[in-house]
Design a protein around this ligand. Structure first.
Ligand code: CA
Length: 236
């Protein structure tokens, strides 16, 4: 199981991380709300509500919009109205500091059980279902042509020599036809479960893709959100 631990206090994070790892949990720790929002692909989130950069409740609401996994709010705020605010912000449960690791582990198990019951399809399937072969249409954006099935991209008729990830990235952006693709979406579609936390990999691939396209403006940065492809790629 992978847990995103959002905790700005190093001592708390180290102690909790040890406990979780002893229970076979893969812990990905971040210490700010901003970092929490760019991490992804976990099974459960432990979210400290007292964070240095963004209010924990706002982080909780934002996480709720992008991930469909249990969130346990961890906090020193014990007041009832604050617990309610946490639950309203999308947390599945609430643990008040100081808590015992036994209590936290029990609550983690309980929210995971509940979420699996609510979404039976989320559980591991004993037999792999045959997947229909989806055929993706060729995308044309002016001079750029991307054929997702053939994994071929051309610009003004000249084939682009792209790495596997660069092609995947270009394909996701091109299929969006100029709509903004969030960093989370791009990381999820291109790297899936194999990448955690650090999103620098995405920026590096965008940079190499831009270089191969020969025009950095074709892939636009949308500050704080992600990237978008120019919907009309001019002939070069
Ligand atoms: Ca804190």
């Amino acid at each position: 199981m992978r847990v995103l631990l959002v905790e700005d206090d190093d001592r708390v994070a180290a102690a909790l991380g040890d406990v979780l790892r002893r229970h076979g949990v893969l812990v990905h720790r971040v210490s700010s709300g901003r970092a929490a929002l760019s991490a992804h692909r976990v099974d459960l989130v432990l979210l400290d509500l007292g964070l240095p950069d963004i209010d924990g409740l706002a982080v909780c609401r934002a996480l709720r919009r992008v991930v469909d996994v249990p969130i346990i709010a961890v906090t020193a705020r014990a007041e009832e109205h604050e617990r309610i605010a946490g639950l309203r912000a999308g947390a599945d449960d609430y643990v008040v500091k100081p808590y015992s690791s036994a209590e936290l582990l029990a609550r983690m198990e309980a929210v995971l059980r509940r979420s699996h019951r609510a979404r039976p399809e989320a559980g591991p399937s004993p037999v792999a279902e045959p997947q229909p072969v989806a055929s993706a249409p060729v995308v044309r954006l002016g001079a750029l042509e991307v054929d997702p099935d053939a994994r071929r991209a051309t610009l003004s008729g000249a084939e682009l020599k792209l790495s596997r990830k660069e092609f995947d990235l270009l394909a996701v952006l091109a299929v969006a036809h100029g709509a903004v693709c969030s960093r989370e979406l791009l990381l999820d579609r291109v790297w899936g479960a194999t990448i955690f936390g650090s999103t620098r990999t995405l920026d590096v691939h965008v940079a190499t893709l831009r270089a191969k396209l020969g025009d950095p403006d074709l892939v636009e940065t949308v500050r704080g959100v992600g990237y978008r492809m120019r919907s009309a790629v001019p002939l070069s």
